[in-house]
Design a protein around this ligand. Structure first.
Ligand SMILES: Cc1ncc(COP(=O)(O)O)c(C=O)c1O
Length: 399
């Protein structure tokens, strides 16, 4: 006999409503605001002094070369552009680039890499739990849950103190059981801008190694903090100490190709054989989900990384983006002692000590758009908007 659920017709009309991704909703709200002096610091892209997100000059040149030289658009296979992943190794892994227990492939952005990394974990150990800091990038938890893994939160940052809750973090991850995954931000923590210092990285690394936890390092902003090597130092320390490590990497920000979806996943295991087995699973999952990643952005990044002159030009433009982030940070920090912490943090994001009501009031009265949490993009605005922004924030802090 058919059960109740089988006899009752069910279709797309039965779908439950979806709560919107609040950051995407915020971008739409800012776009719809007709006030000419509006400031959108909710958005997650780098903007230059004029308030634009230009295509890097070196990327335009690489795209021209790609157009001139590409002779086929035949499939590449689920690994995507293999040379791209090879060229990334020294940039990302540094002294570990030649470790053949580490293998990688191109993915559709950092999101694709995260999804694939968690798919691999679930395949190996469906009972693994993911230790996730609070707060974290709002898309982490949905990606982890979509794979079917459980999340255990660890405290990461105290907004009121503008400080990492390191002792609490360490105590919580020390309760992890072998096979659990610890999600860490490689650099430029989103949303807080607060990165672990070298001593803290070493302590977290020790806990992972001693307790058999698998670090999954999400590195989406390499080069936006202190420099390419400096920003990867924590990750490289982990690679020195831990046998099993997963790295979800994005080039979308440091090559400024957000919509082209350029990223990679790297996997380290204890042996070349185990890595080969892990990668066979990774290729399988990648084949099921997107068959192969989009080619264009990675092909252009490949051209840049493969040519010493273009690579040097990329480094200059990347340094320019980093210098702007850090100089805007200093300018905001200098406006008021209560904002001084912003000058010590790294990357595009920091969190202002504002209540949700204050954030909503800034939106309504001043057309200043930031996430309800007070997270804002320090380079979400052009130079001429910074003074108005800081004045409005200081006024809000004064109450
Ligand atoms: C911490 C973090 N990880 C991953 C990503 C995803 O990057 P992508 O756009 O390459 O998918 C982002 C993007 O905002 C991010 O902030």
């Amino acid at each position: 006999m058919l059960s109740e659920t089988h006899t009752k017709a069910r279709g797309l009309a039965d779908l439950p409503p979806v709560t919107n991704d609040s950051l995407l909703a915020l971008i739409a709200m800012a776009e719809a605001d007709p006030r000419p002096d509006k400031i959108d610091v909710g958005v997650g892209v780098f903007r230059d002094a004029a308030g634009n997100t230009p295509i890097l000059k070196v990327m335009k040149e690489a795209e021209r070369r790609l157009l001139d030289t590409q002779v086929t658009k035949a499939y590449l296979g689920s690994a995507g552009d293999k040379r791209f992943a090879e060229l990334l190794r020294p940039v990302l892994l540094g002294e570990h680039a030649s470790d053949d227990r580490i293998a990688g492939l191109q993915t559709p952005g950092g999101c694709g890499a995260l999804r694939l990394g968690f798919e691999l974990i679930r395949t190996a150990n469906p009972g693994a739990r993911v230790l996730l800091g609070t707060p974290s990038w709002p898309n982490h938890a949905p990606i982890i849950r979509s794979v079917g893994l459980d999340i255990v939160e660890y405290p990461y940052y105290e907004r009121g103190q503008a400080a990492i809750r390191f002792e609490d973090m360490l105590a919580e991850i020390s309760k992890g059981i072998p096979g659990d995954v610890v999600l860490l931000h490689g650099c430029c923590h989103n949303p807080t801008g607060a990165d672990l210092n070298p001593v803290q990285w070493a302590e977290v690394t020790d806990v992972c190694r001693e307790r058999g936890l698998i670090p999954l390092v999400d590195i989406a902003y390499q080069g936006f903090g202190r420099g390419l090597d400096e920003d990867a130092a924590g990750l490289r320390g982990i690679l020195s100490q831990c046998d099993e490590v997963i790295i979800a990497q994005s080039c979308d920000k440091n090559f400024s190709v957000y919509r082209d979806r350029v990223g990679s996943l790297f996997v380290k295991t204890g042996s070349v054989e185990t890595t080969a087995t892990a990668m066979a699973h990774v290729f399988q999952r990648s084949r099921e989900m997107w068959s192969m990643p989009p080619d264009h952005g990675a092909a252009a990044a490949h051209i840049i990384l493969d040519d010493p002159e273009l690579r040097a030009r990329w480094l200059v433009e990347l340094t320019g983006m980093r210098d702007r982030i850090n100089s805007v940070r200093q300018r905001i920090a200098a406006a008021d002692p209560r904002l001084a912490f912003i000058g010590q943090q790294l990357g595009m994001f920091s969190m202002l000590p504002l209540s949700k009501e204050q954030v909503l009031k800034l939106r309504a009265d001043q057309a200043i758009y930031m996430a309800d949490s007070g997270r804002f993009n320090v380079v979400g605005m052009g130079d001429e908007q910074i003074d108005r922004f800081t004045a409005a924030v200081v006024e809000a802090l004064d109450g």
